[in-house]
Design a protein around this ligand. Structure first.
Ligand SMILES: Nc1ncnc2c1ncn2[C@@H]1O[C@H](COP(=O)(O)OP(=O)(O)O)[C@@H](O)[C@H]1O
Ligand SMILES: [Mg+2]
Length: 345
C-alpha cells in the first residue's frame, strides 16, 4: 500500500471529533462514515487532511493548493442543501484536474434522477417497475395502465425520505393522497411505481472499466408486525430502536433460487455501465416470488461506514476495510476524465 496524501472532504456539521471516548452511540451515528473513513485512513498511515465544507468551494480550492493531495476523498452527499448539487462539486474538482473518489459527475446526475435512470434502464431492457411521474403543481391524472398496488416515493430524494408503510397504495384515492404528501412534505415530484412484493437485495459494485461485484446482501425483518410489508422505510433505515423492535438485519443473501446470483451479478454490471457509474455504487433490487429481479435504483457513492452493507459485503469477499478504501482511492486516481484524453491526444 502506497502512502497517499488525502484531502478528506465532508459536511462541516459532520466533522468527527478526535476521539469517540465517552460519546453516546446516538451521537456517533450521525457522523459514523466520516469517523470510520478518517480513522481507517489515518491508521493505515495515509497523510490525511480533514476538511469540513459548508456552502463555499473556496476552502476546497485552498486545501488543494496547500496540500496538493493525490486524491480528494469525497464524502459529500449534497451541496448548499441540494442533493443534486453533489455532482456539481465533483465537476468542479474534475475541472481542477484533481482526482477524487467515487462517481463521476455524469453518473451521479443520471443515477440520482430516479425517473431518468428508469428511462435509461428501460432502453437497455433492464427490468425496473412500471411507473408514472406526478409533477408538483400539476393535476394528478392516473393512467389506466398502472396496476395497483403501487409504491409512491420521491423522484429525487434518497435515504428513504418520505417512505413509510403508507407508501404502498391500493386505491386511486390513496395514491392521490400519498402523491400530495410527497409534493407537500418532501417538496419534490413524486414517482409511483408497481409495488414489487418480495425480497430486498443490495449489490455492491466497484470499478471504472473492469467491475467487481461483491456478494449479494439482503435486508431481512424477523419481527415485522402483522400486515406490515418488508420494505426499507425511513424508520427502518434511521431509527435504531425501531430496527431492534422489528428485527431488521442485513447480511449475505441465503438460499437464492438457482441462477439468480449469476443473473444479479450480470445485471448489476449492466446497470452500472448503462448509468455511466464509476468508483463504487450499490444497486437496490427486489426479487419477486417468480424469481424475477427488479431494479429499484442505483446509488452512486453509497454509505461507506465500516458496518454498512457496502463494506460488509466487500469484507465477506475478503476485502478488509482499509484495503477497500485504498482501492477506492486508486480507482479515483486511475479514473480517466475527458481532460486526460485531451492531454494524451
Ligand atoms: N417499487 C417498489 N416495490 C417495493 N418496494 C419498494 C419499491 N420502491 C421502493 N421500495 C422500498 O422502499 C425502499 C427505498 O426505495 P428506493 O427506491 O431505494 O429509494 P431511496 O433512494 O430512498 O433508497 C426500498 O429499499 C424498498 O424497500
Ligand atoms: Mg435505496
Amino acid at each position: 500500500m502506497k502512502r497517499r496524501r488525502v484531502l478528506l472532504v465532508m459536511h462541516e456539521e459532520l466533522m468527527p471529533p478526535d476521539s469517540i471516548e465517552g460519546v453516546p452511540e446516538e451521537e456517533i451515528y450521525k457522523w459514523q462514515v466520516e469517523w470510520d473513513v478518517h480513522s481507517a485512513l489515518k491508521r493505515a498511515g495515509h497523510d490525511v487532511i480533514c476538511l469540513g465544507v459548508k456552502d463555499e468551494l473556496g476552502p476546497i480550492r485552498k486545501a488543494i493548493v496547500e496540500h496538493k493531495p493525490h486524491v480528494v476523498f469525497n464524502l459529500l452527499g449534497h451541496f448548499q442543501g441540494i442533493t443534486a448539487y453533489d455532482a456539481h462539486v465533483v465537476s468542479w474538482i474534475e475541472l481542477r484536474h484533481v482526482p477524487y473518489t467515487g462517481c463521476n459527475p455524469r453518473g451521479l446526475l443520471l443515477s440520482s434522477d430516479k425517473v431518468l435512470s428508469k428511462k435509461i434502464l428501460s432502453f437497455h431492457r433492464i427490468p425496473s417497475p412500471a411507473f408514472q411521474t406526478f409533477k408538483r403543481g400539476r393535476a394528478v391524472r392516473v393512467p389506466k395502465r398502472l396496476v395497483f398496488p403501487l409504491f409512491v416515493k420521491s423522484a429525487a430524494e434518497h435515504a428513504s425520505i418520505g417512505i413509510a408503510q403508507a407508501s404502498i397504495v391500493q386505491t386511486e384515492n390513496a395514491l392521490r393522497e400519498r402523491v400530495a404528501f410527497i409534493h407537500d412534505t418532501v417538496g419534490t415530484d413524486a414517482l409511483a411505481e408497481h409495488y414489487i412484493e418480495g425480497r430486498e437485495l443490495y449489490v455492491a459494485v466497484m470499478g471504472n472499466q473492469r467491475l467487481k461485484v461483491f456478494p449479494i446482501w439482503e435486508m431481512t425483518f424477523d419481527n415485522l408486525p402483522k400486515g406490515a410489508a418488508p420494505i426499507a422505510t425511513s424508520q427502518v433505515k434511521w431509527n435504531v430502536a425501531y430496527q431492534k423492535k422489528i428485527g431488521v438485519n442485513t447480511g449475505l443473501a441465503k438460499d437464492l433460487p438457482e441462477g439468480v446470483e449469476n443473473r444479479i451479478c450480470r445485471l448489476a454490471k449492466r446497470i452500472y455501465r448503462a448509468l455511466g457509474l464509476s468508483g463504487y455504487a450499490r444497486i437496490d433490487l427486489r426479487l419477486d416470488a417468480n424469481g424475477q429481479v427488479w431494479v429499484l435504483e442505483a446509488n452512486a457513492n453509497p454509505d461507506l461506514s465500516r458496518e454498512e452493507d457496502f463494506a460488509e459485503s466487500a469484507r465477506s469477499a475478503g476485502l478488509e476495510y482499509a484495503d477497500l478504501l485504498y482501492r477506492i482511492m486508486n480507482l479515483g486516481i486511475g479514473y480517466a476524465p475527458a481532460w486526460k484524453d485531451d492531454a494524451d491526444g
